[in-house]
Write a protein that binds this ligand. Structure first.
Ligand code: NAP
Ligand code: 8YV
Length: 324
């Protein structure tokens, strides 16, 4: 194996602790507090050949590192990395698919059930001592019984969510840009058509330009007054003002959200809603799964620098090869 501890890897901003320890043990670690290109020193510009990131990596940061060969993203979603710019410059980008799929699907199901059955509100009510004084918790106004689910983004995680929904007895349909060959679910070529056909819409599509505010006022209206919207994809895929309005005025019934457009900031209008169940982006956040993501992130760097190939390249950089 090549000597890896002479290879400089930059960590811009925060990173998972297990990943950070492994990078420190394996490579020459460089760190800056955020991904701002202005923080790159001349020593870093001369030496850094890899980035391990959880924070955004934009074109300016990429351009500030002339020897950069590989960007290893912590997370399957890499919308915060300018992968198109990296691809143009022949720089490899990797992500962490598969190892988090089942964990995120579990979260989506938990969030759906909590939203429909108001379980967090019921627990809060118990802890506040209402039960002995007031008797049983009020009946939930909605149920999973008879619901039809639509998945926006039937990929790895979407498929794992679909399997769980089938176990609950819910019919499943989906929208992607292209049909998934062999998938036993109804395909809708537009998100609007999917929203019209179902009453429970689960977004697990990637962020980025292709999905920007795709869940709009029009889509929420199509979902209808008994509609439940769950988002474990990216907050940027939703028009949050339109969503808040739809929840306020009864255009849809309820929403369960794990992701937001400007994390960690959540719009006050959503915080004020009684029919929104809100989580702080915890889809993959168990020690087990975050360690697996960290290992895959670091193994991508190790494989790139010792064997000249990435384990899990993103589609934009699949054909990138080492320059020498
Ligand atoms: P994946 O296997 O690549 O699936 C993404 C699916 O979305 C694909 O089936 C793709 O199908 C579809 N899609 C992409 N762009 C689209 C568009 N413009 N319109 C319609 N459909 C589109 O990815 P994954 O592993 O399932 O992860 C999905 C996403 O989940 C990630 O990108 C990330 O944003 C999110 N995520 C969130 C958490 C969390 O903690 N909440 C954790 C992990 C992942 P087509 O290419 O045919 O369109
Ligand atoms: C992570 C995620 O929490 O993998 C993704 O796309 O959204 C999550 O698993 C995130 O990437 C780390 O901040």
């Amino acid at each position: 194996m090549k000597v890896l501890d002479e290879i400089h890897v930059l960590v811009p901003g925060r990173l998972n602790e297990h990943a950070l320890r492994r990078i420190q043990d394996t490579f020459a670690l460089e760190a800056i507090p955020t991904g701002d290109a202005k923080l790159v020193t001349s020593r870093m510009a001369e030496g850094v050949r890899g980035i391990a990131s959880m924070a955004p990596v934009d074109a300016a940061l990429i351009d500030a590192l002339p020897r950069l060969e590989v960007i290893a993203n912590f997370g399957v979603g890499y919308d915060a990395v300018d992968a198109a710019h990296a691809a143009r410059k022949g720089i490899m980008v990797t992500n962490t698919p598969d190892v988090l799929t089942e964990e995120v699907a579990d979260t989506a199901l938990g969030l759906l059930i909590n939203t429909v059955r108001e379980l967090p509100k019921a627990e809060k009510w118990l802890r506040e001592g209402h039960w002995p004084k007031e008797g049983s918790y009020p009946l939930a106004g909605t149920t999973l019984r008879g619901r039809r689910a639509g998945i926006f983004g039937m990929g790895r995680i979407g498929t794992a969510i679909a399997r769980r929904l089938e176990a609950l007895g819910m019919p499943v349909a989906y929208h992607n840009r292209s049909r998934v060959e062999g998938a036993p679910y109804a395909y809708y070529p537009s998100l609007r058509a999917l929203a019209e056909a179902v009453d429970t819409l689960i977004c697990v599509a990637p962020g980025g330009k292709g999905t920007e505010k795709a869940v709009s006022a029009e889509i929420l209206k199509a979902l209808g007054p008994d509609g439940v919207f769950v988002n474990v994809g990216r907050g940027s895929s939703v028009d949050e003002d339109a969503l808040a309005a739809a929840l306020e005025n009864g255009t849809i019934r309820a929403a369960g959200l794990d992701v937001f457009a400007r994390e960690p900031n959540v719009p006050q209008r959503l915080l004020d809603l009684p029919n929104a169940c809100l989580l702080p982006h915890v889809g993959s956040s168990t020690v087990h799964t975050r360690n697996a993501m960290a290992d895959l992130q670091v193994e991508n760097l190790v494989s790139w620098f010792s064997e000249g190939r990435a384990l899990t390249p993103v589609p934009e950089t699949r054909d990138v090869r080492p320059k020498t």
